[in-house]
Design a protein around this ligand. Structure first.
Ligand SMILES: Cc1ncc(C[n+]2csc(CCOP(=O)(O)OP(=O)(O)O)c2C)c(N)n1
Ligand code: SF4
Length: 291
């Protein structure tokens, strides 16, 4: 075998996802078995399937292990301060309504310190897609309890178990006004990809929760095995129930998980509502805001 043919023989097929990543930033920081990378794979495939012009897509993250996503995507991106991804994203969308703005962040970032922004962006139906990675704790800072930690699960700040009621995120999103709501796990890669694609193409506040293993902190502390064990748990304990009433979707510690698409409806976005309201009030004197 010549040196030339040897080179061709060992060539590795390129993963199409690489086109969506800043490969010069690899290797990434995520631990072996972490579910975040799997969800990024879904996101990249959803972007590809959506047919969106990638020059008009921006991704915004807060701080956390999941927050690193914005730094790895080969898109216009903002890695903002902890909890503030949604206000940054809202500003971006209002300044340039042509953009498809995606917020990609952790459960702590979006529903603890950032919870206020989450509920108001949903209430206003700001046109953005929020992808929330739920690993049930604060990963980056050492596994503290989060508003999503199930009752009974231990975290570094609840060594004897959490006793606070966690958020039911799909219910929270729907009751605040989200027009698209879905939940999947990192095991459901095809479903999650399809939902992200639908969410990207939806006008208004769309929300996709993806449950994913954090083997280093959540699983280890709770003796749930490694990332693969958690994926098997998702496989064996999830039920797909599209259209389920979001009130029924609360999660318990290692209990049954309902996944699916729960909400898909239409209503005027923040900008549409604003323009319609002032057009009616001021008639010809008003010219619609276009950014
Ligand atoms: C204002 C502020 N408070 C606290 C922190 C510390 N901090 C960084 S990431 C993080 C939690 C991240 O948890 P989550 O959003 O669930 O993401 P994960 O790391 O689990 O993906 C915290 C509390 C910070 N960076 N800034
Ligand atoms: S600490 Fe947990 S969430 Fe963070 S990269 Fe490691 S496994 Fe993933």
């Amino acid at each position: 075998m010549t040196e030339e043919t040897m080179d061709t023989d060992i060539s590795v097929p390129t993963n199409t996802v690489e086109d969506f990543l800043r490969m010069e930033r690899m290797p990434h920081i995520w631990c072996p078995g972490c579910g975040i990378g799997t969800t990024v794979n879904c996101f990249a495939h959803a972007l590809e399937a959506s047919g969106l012009d990638l020059k008009k897509v921006a991704v915004v993250s807060g701080i956390g292990c999941t927050g690193r996503v914005s730094g790895y995507m080969k898109l216009d991106s903002f890695h903002t301060t902890h909890g503030r991804a949604i206000p940054f994203a809202t500003g971006l969308k209002l300044a340039n309504p042509e953009l498809k703005v995606v917020v990609y962040s952790g459960d702590g970032d979006l529903t603890a310190i950032g919870g206020n922004h989450f509920i108001h962006a949903a209430r206003r139906n700001v046109d953005m897609t929020v992808i929330l990675l739920n690993n049930f704790i604060y990963g980056m800072t050492g596994g503290q309890v989060a508003p999503t930690t199930p009752i009974g699960a231990t975290a570094s700040t609840t060594p004897y178990g959490n006793f606070e009621e966690p958020f039911n995120l799909p219910y929270l999103a729907e009751s605040c006004g989200a027009v698209y709501v879905a939940r999947w796990t990192a095991f459901h890669v095809r479903h999650a990809t399809k939902s992200i694609k639908e969410a990207l193409l939806k006008k208004g506040f769309s929300f996709v929760e993806i449950m994913a293993p954090c083997p280093t902190l959540y699983s280890r502390r709770n003796r749930l095995g490694d990332g693969l064990d958690q994926m098997k748990f998702y496989r064996d304990n999830s039920e797909i129930l599209n259209g389920a009433d979001t009130k029924t979707l609360g999660l318990t510690f290692q209990g049954k998980i309902t996944v699916g698409k729960f909400v898909d409806k239409d209503k005027p976005t923040y900008l549409e509502a604003m323009n319609a309201f002032y057009a009616q009030k001021f008639g010809d004197k008003f010219s619609p805001y276009k950014g």
